[in-house]
Design a protein around this ligand. Structure first.
Ligand SMILES: [Fe+2]
Ligand SMILES: [Fe+2]
Length: 296
């Protein structure tokens, strides 16, 4: 959780090699192990008692991701709304550490999403972390960027059924959405989508909240000391308009380090961008490497 209306609670990720992943997550990222059950390791940033990332060995990509609900009533409301719209749901109550209730279903593209109520549901206090660690130490999991073959369909599902707001879309041809950025409350994007034809690889990246650009700089130094080079950045995205730096973790999944993402008023209209090249980088004309277009 964070001090804003940011709502991504956790992601369960597949990794190629559990040993290598754990070494990286604990010693470089500075995540802490919260629990280990049924071959899944639950890791947290440590500023609260919730896990942020669950990992399981086998391949790459998302197993499911979860958005935090504030109250039991909110969760019940969306359970009924999903049901009346014909979306098949499944309760997973208490099946993850710190998670009291979880409602799972699939986005139209097939990606598994969860609405979750968690025990530790207030705010982060960096002076009283639940766990202490070293490494680059993100404050929190921040947002998820999903790849799917129909961005408009998944975005409209979030808007119509779960009441998400659409902060920005990139529409290079009328009716064709290449990217979309959606918010559950006021944080510019909790769930973003990128179009792809590659249905096997549905994760573009998971982002981690950093305090500021200085924190990102220290993190980049720690990554370099540990043998990890950035894939793209650092820079500032025109949409957000957050600071960013991307790299790939040893399991083959892409992570973003992010700071300065905006908070929007509820009534802020959707901004529509038509030129793809205007949407990637403010500070220079650099273009991302070809690898950046691929998911995991
Ligand atoms: Fe979950
Ligand atoms: Fe991002």
């Amino acid at each position: 959780m964070s001090q804003t209306g940011q709502r991504l609670e956790h992601v369960q990720l597949n990794v190629k090699d559990m040993g290598k992943a754990l070494d990286f997550y604990q010693n470089v990222m500075g995540l802490v192990e919260i629990a280990r059950e049924n071959n899944v390791v639950y890791l947290g940033c440590g500023y609260d008692e919730n896990f942020d990332l669950a990992i399981m060995e086998g391949g790459t990509g998302i197993q499911h991701f979860a958005m935090r609900m504030d109250t039991e009533e909110e969760l019940e409301h969306y359970y009924h709304k999903l049901s009346t719209n014909g979306v098949k749901t499944e309760w997973h109550n208490g099946t993850e550490p710190g998670q009291e209730k979880g409602l799972r279903f699939h986005l139209p593209s097939g990606i598994a999403m969860e609405l979750a109520l968690v025990k530790d549901n207030r705010y982060l206090n960096p002076s009283r972390p639940a766990y202490r660690s070293n490494g680059l130490r993100p404050l929190n999991i921040d947002h998820i960027n999903i790849m799917c073959n129909n961005v408009k369909r998944d975005t409209k599902f979030l808007q119509n059924i779960l009441d998400y707001k659409i902060s920005d879309i990139v529409e290079p041809e009328e009716g064709f959405w290449a990217f979309s950025f959606t918010r559950a409350k006021d944080y510019h994007h909790d769930i973003a989508f990128v179009v792809t034809k590659d249905e096997a690889n549905t994760l573009h990246h998971i982002a981690w909240s950093m305090a500021n650009f200085e924190h990102i700089k220290v993190a980049c130094d720690i990554l370099a000391q540990s043998g990890y080079k950035l894939e793209f950045g650092p820079g500032r995205h025109p949409i957000g308009p957050n600071l960013y730096a991307y790299f790939q973790e040893p399991g083959g999944n892409r992570f973003e380090l992010i700071a300065e993402q905006s908070v929007l008023p509820a009534a802020a209209p959707t901004k529509i961008w038509t030129s793809m090249k205007d949407t990637l980088e403010e500070w220079s004309d650099v273009t991302p490497p070809a690898s950046f277009l691929k998911g995991s």
